[in-house]
Design a protein around this ligand. Structure first.
Ligand code: TYD
Length: 211
């Protein structure tokens, strides 16, 4: 049997990594083989591209070069790790996937959705998750969480201004509302265990009771 592919999306500090971990734990206790991964990254090549993106040499990347680098990292990740895992019956849980490129580079970065989806069709044969969980958190809570987590040390993209990140959040919401079959919008505010229960509810139809 083929594995499932679940992506978590959302702005910075929305609690994605914690929720990825909690979901993976539950699935494993139900006997599901799980591969937890992230973007940009997930393979040696894609991790190398991640460093180029988050800590860019020189004056940084233009919008198009940035989108191409994300798409290149994803193409490697999909071909070398995600597709083989799914084919082997493993569930893949990915911290960010193509909808991050659609919201950041396509929306906030101004390249538009068509360009990003074209890159994804070329680079990754348009692989889409079975379900994308969009975690939304209030802006002031996120700022506090990020200050605790990163201090002054945000990366090249995380460090962009509040306007950019507001546009990212609005883009995610538009994408999710336009495609309710493949997105679940989850309130990411509150205790991580409460958020986890919401995630489990959204994903219930995909999860086996036990195997
Ligand atoms: P990540 O380290 O996962 O950030 P966070 O933990 O704050 O969620 O991701 C790195 C940054 O890359 C983050 O600012 C979002 C950005 N990003 C894009 O702009 N486009 C993409 O396609 C992806 C996958 C990430």
């Amino acid at each position: 049997m083929k594995g499932r592919f679940i992506a978590f999306e959302g702005g910075e500090g929305a609690g994605k990594s914690t929720q990825v971990r909690l979901l993976a734990d539950v699935l494993r206790t139900r006997g599901v083989e799980v591969d937890v991964t992230r973007e940009p990254g997930g393979t040696p090549g894609a991790e190398a591209i991640r460093s180029l993106l988050l800590d860019p040499p020189g004056k940084g990347w233009g919008a198009k070069a940035e989108a191409l680098l994300f798409a290149a990292a994803r193409a490697d990740h999909v071909a070398e790790r995600i597709r083989p895992a799914i084919a082997a019956g493993t569930w893949v849980i990915c911290d960010r996937f193509v909808d991050s490129s659609r919201a950041y580079q396509g929306g906030a970065g101004g390249l538009g959705d068509e360009a990003i989806t074209a890159l994804h069709a070329f680079g990754s044969d348009n692989l889409r998750p079975d379900l994308t969980i969009l975690l939304e958190a209030d802006e002031d809570k996120v700022s506090r969480r990020l200050a605790e987590r990163d201090g002054e040390a945000s990366d090249a993209i995380g460090g962009r201004g509040p306007e950019y990140h507001r546009e990212v959040a609005a883009s995610f919401r538009r994408l999710a509302e336009a495609d309710p079959e493949v997105f679940a919008i989850i309130d990411g505010n509150g205790d991580p265990n409460e958020v986890h229960s919401r995630v489990l509810k959204a994903i219930a139809s995909l999860i086996p009771e036990s195997t």
